[in-house]
Design a binder for this molecule. Structure first.
Ligand SMILES: CC(C)(COP(=O)(O)OP(=O)(O)OC[C@H]1O[C@@H](n2cnc3c(N)ncnc32)[C@H](O)[C@@H]1OP(=O)(O)O)[C@@H](O)C(=O)NCCC(=O)NCCS
Length: 186
């Protein structure tokens, strides 16, 4: 059902304004900068303080991981770093995967996210052979929820008080997209 070579061969996915390329060590500085941004940390629920050397090691090893995709979103014209996304936790028997995305702060608000998500979903469904891609989003992040809905994700449920952030408990929404459903939604 799944084609595992589609996860190990590390594609370049080209859209209108962006290109998704393999995460490598050369992206570590930009990747690290997003981890330092307090608003990005809040929206992604990032508790861990990654040091630059830790992230350099993580980025350098990413291309050798055969069971997941870690891709960088680049500006198609300049090659500039716009963000990163990942498809991981692949369940081969049930054709599931888990998705996450984080744009650099100055890349948000102009439709880059949905363009990147659609490219990744097309690859996940059509090339990897996944049937379902799942993600988590916080109720206080309506921009992300809207971006996901535009790309065919639907809210399926709520994990009550699964996030502890800044002294308060927050619910976490589960969203998923299924192959062949709603990817073209405007
Ligand atoms: C979430 C993210 C991927 C969305 O990508 P983006 O390129 O910024 O999204 P867009 O600019 O296309 O906006 C998406 C939609 O949300 C809408 N939107 C923006 N702010 C909104 C708000 N406060 N409430 C509701 N909708 C909002 C936009 O109008 C757009 O809808 P439209 O095309 O129908 O007008 C990106 O903002 C990001 O990575 N943010 C930082 C980290 C993060 O939140 N990651 C996701 C964690 S789950």
């Amino acid at each position: 059902m799944i084609d595992p070579t589609a996860l190990s061969e590390k594609p370049v996915l080209t859209g209108e304004r962006i290109r998704l390329v393999q995460l490598t060590r050369r992206h570590a500085d930009a990747f690290h900068a997003t981890f330092l941004d307090p608003e990005t940390r809040r929206l992604t629920g990032t508790h861990r303080d990654w040091t630059l050397p830790e992230l350099q090691e993580w980025c350098a090893a990413a291309a050798g991981r055969p069971d997941r995709l870690d891709l960088v979103i680049e500006d198609r014209e300049t090659g500039g770093y716009l963000g990163e996304l990942a498809l991981s936790q692949i369940d081969k028997d049930n054709a599931h995967g888990t998705f996450r995305i984080s744009l650099a702060d100055d890349a948000t608000g102009r439709g880059i996210g949905p363009e990147a998500i659609r490219l990744l979903l097309a690859y996940a469904f059509d090339r990897v052979g996944l049937h379902r891609v799942e993600l988590e989003v916080f109720p206080f992040n309506p921009r992300a929820r809207r971006a996901y809905e535009k790309c065919g994700f639907e809210v399926e449920g709520r994990l009550r008080e699964a996030l502890y952030w800044d002294g308060e408990w927050h619910d976490v929404l589960i969203m998923a997209a299924l192959s062949g459903s709603g990817r073209e939604r405007a």
